[in-house]
Design a protein around this ligand. Sequence first.
Ligand code: ZN
Length: 278
Amino acid sequence: MRTAPVDFSNLCLHTMTTKPWSLTEAIEGYREAGIPAVTVWRQHIEPFGPKKAGTLLRESGLKVVSFCRGGFFPAVTERERSKAVDDNRRAIDEVAEIGAPLLVLVCGAVPGQPLEESRKQVADGIAAILPRAESAGVRLSIEPLHPMYADSRSAVNTLKQANDVVETLGGAGLGVTVDVYHVWWDPDLEREIRRAGANGWLASFHISDWRTPTRDLLNDRALMGEGCIPIRRIRDWVRAAGFTGHDEVELFSDECWSGDQTKVLERIKRAYATCLAE
Ligand code: ZN
């Protein structure tokens, strides 16, 4: 009996998924594994600088899907907030230089500061960097984070809140990122995916799984199919809403980072094939 070859043409890996690898090792490893696309994290650019990293990426033939990450706008003082805006403007320049079309924003929060205030500062921060993004041809995408990160990483915790920010700012040059790890629990998820799709805001789609019990709040994401997230179902929703982009594997996992990264890629491909490939 012959089985049809698995289609990996829609698969994309975040360089954070193979965190121990340098950018050049990741490029090499992904190409050898037949993974066609990459989302680049800022820390993997840093050792090379954006210009050299851009050259390496263009020469690699890998499609650069997005750049992670900007954001972290809220701060207690005006001075710190304006520093964050400056840093995001620099990030936009780096995104343009490496040839990525999209900058993903993890919006930020300040422990103890009311979430309403942080959300206002997030919207103000995005509004402040939007003109630079537009002139650089870079789209900004707001990624809502699971509420367990509402203290310090993001005051934007649902897709509805992300959609609302995009709507308030007029939508142009903006989008939202649906990361199943962060939003799978949300009873309004399907509706808000439809809303984002109807407005053309679905910018990117991140996948991993939720381990039970989760052993670490940051670095214990599971491979697709090893947890309880209905990933296939959520992807059906984003596709039905008109999203045609990549399935981006974003795996923060001490377990995966501690092993042989080439073997991790094989595990990811198997998990993807079982869980999501056509
Ligand atoms: Zn994500």
